[in-house]
Design a protein around this ligand. Sequence first.
Ligand code: ZN
Length: 372
Amino acid sequence: MRFVDAHTHLELMALQTVPFDRFSSVGELVEYLKSSEGEHILAWGWEERKLGRSPTREDLDAVDRPVLLLRMDAHLGVVNSKLVEDFGLRENELFDPEKGFLYENQLWELVEKLKPKGEKMKEALLGALKRAEKMGIVEIHDYVDPETANIYADLDGDLPIRVVLMPYYDGYREVMELFKGRRYENLYLGWVKVFVDGSVGARTAYLREPYEDRKGWRGRLFIGSKEISSIVRELEDAGLRISLHAIGDSALDECLRAFERSKPELSYHRIEHTILIDREQALRVKEFNILLCLQPNFKPFFRETYLKALGEDRYERCLPLKLLDSLGVDVIFGSDMMPFDPWYGFSYAKDLLGEKRAKYYYGGWRDEGRYI
Ligand SMILES: [Zn+2]
């Protein structure tokens, strides 16, 4: 099997510092954290299902050093009072001081400051790439800031598989510089990431209908169609395409309005995730020559979270792979690190679409050289 994992965050592998799998309660997790070492604790990968509930600021206050724990989806993190004090965090839309919950941008800015740099990050990336190679992955599309992009550029001769860099919008110009007048063996410049909404787990994915378990709340729209369309134009002028993170159906509506406005000239701008896409939206996606990057793994992996947040009916409508396949919508698959193992999503997609189509979406695009 030759997979392309078209949506990864290998940086997160450098933050696998706590073995969350081992704990079946928040108490057990806290005991572990108390006995661990280091000036601060920054770790990724918890999930409330496994722990029984989400850890809170109060729980983590039992640890005498700053702690920041990212939920598996990396859209929600929890901090303790030590960290709140050290960084002078104040209550705002993206920080709930009572629970110690940090969301989206607020969270990523902190991770940026605390994450391992230089050699440590280099080691983590190389380790992850080798693991990818072992699983049969021949190419990844990895989301990066300029710092991580630089590490990849240094690693070029040693990269065991093809790496397509997906810069975040904030830093894309700097990442572009790395490709000016320089050719790499295994490194490519891909799409530029813009967040339109958040995640279902954090209840920040932007939905048409309210969440099942939060009355009247439809999630959060980070950026509207007008702004998206001007970014699309700006990127096209630079010969680049956009990768829009849009999980909810309303977020997708906003993206489609943006494409209607900007009338893209380049094919295969991307939309990531879009779990609640319906037939009408799918046809519009086709009309604009958009490439959808979907995560078949999300449906089995987040089953309980989705059922709770979206209800049974919407859960059933999630990720309509068969519909998209029958309409001939352009689709590629990526794990988004949940889990970082394409076999998990592949076996789910195979059951729905048959082996041949599942294989196609997991790698066929690369063979045809259609997107780069
Ligand atoms: Zn992602």
